[in-house]
Design a protein around this ligand. Structure first.
Ligand code: GLN
Length: 252
């Protein structure tokens, strides 16, 4: 039986707004298909080897928790994560985790946290007086080959403004909401099999095609010929449509 290992980075510290639902969703979608799945929780101080995970997940958090994990991520885990990704592993990084998967995160107090540079981006604090970006977001997918997939939906809540480097690929084009920075109309970033996004919610249960995109890549690492059987996503797609409807009809 094919088996994948999900490496869940800092579940105790980087995990808000239902981010753990992404791990549950990935796990269930494997189980429903008879694919073996292990979840390995990886905390501050835990050793990490490149072969330890086929799919990394890191959720969001407030600046305090980001400070607590940033040094461990940048110094003790960076190399193993880069090696694993170069070797075909996949990754999903949400909000605070997404910011730390870029080059650096500067918070409102002027603290600079070094990121691990999976994504070519930096995150700056909101300009003085500018509000946090909070609300439901809808984005048209820009993943190559998936431009016709249903729009991504989720909930964002961040002060940081993320700017992609030249040539970095966005995950989506914002239809409603703030996205990376509230002004360039872009949301998230994709680099190889790594996806970064501001979307909480949880993200994957309402965007099942993205869950399968990640699983396909993770599975391909150990089982190159493997393909995923389609699942009945009626409920997931209803949840997606309802979230999209709420976002697009909200009165602010
Ligand atoms: N601390 C970050 C910010 O506000 C991330 C917040 C989050 O993960 N929700 O920009």
């Amino acid at each position: 039986m094919p088996t994948i290992t999900i490496g869940w980075l800092y579940p105790g510290l980087m995990n808000i707004y239902g981010d753990r639902g992404n791990v549950l969703c990935l796990t269930r979608r494997c189980e429903w298909r008879g694919i073996g799945v292990r979840v390995r929780e990886i905390g501050v101080g835990d050793a990490l080897e490149p072969g330890d995970a086929d799919l990394f997940f890191i959720g969001g958090a407030q600046d305090r928790e980001q400070r607590l994990v940033a040094e461990d991520l940048a110094h003790a885990k960076r190399e193993a994560i880069h090696t694993a990704l170069a070797d075909g592993a996949a990754a999903l990084a949400v909000c605070g985790g997404y910011q730390l998967f870029g080059h650096e995160y500067r918070d409102a107090d002027g603290t600079v946290l070094e990121g691990i540079g999976v994504f070519d981006l930096i995150t700056e604090p909101a300009p003085p007086g500018a509000p946090r970006i909070i609300g439901n977001l809808v984005a048209e997918p820009l993943l190559p080959g998936h431009e016709d997939a249903p729009n991504l939906v989720g909930f964002e809540n961040h002060g940081g403004r993320t700017r992609l480097g030249e040539g970095a690929r966005p995950l989506g084009k914002v239809i409603h909401g703030g996205g990376n920075n509230g002004d360039d109309g872009l949301e998230g970033c994709v680099s190889g099999s790594a996806v970064g996004t501001y979307l909480h919610g949880s993200l994957l249960p309402k965007n099942p095609w993205l869950a399968d995109w990640l699983l396909e890549r993770a599975l391909g690492r150990t089982d190159p010929g493997a393909s995923l059987e389609p699942l009945d996503d009626t409920l997931e797609l209803q949840a997606r449509a309802s979230a999209e409807h709420r976002a697009l009809t909200a009165r602010w």
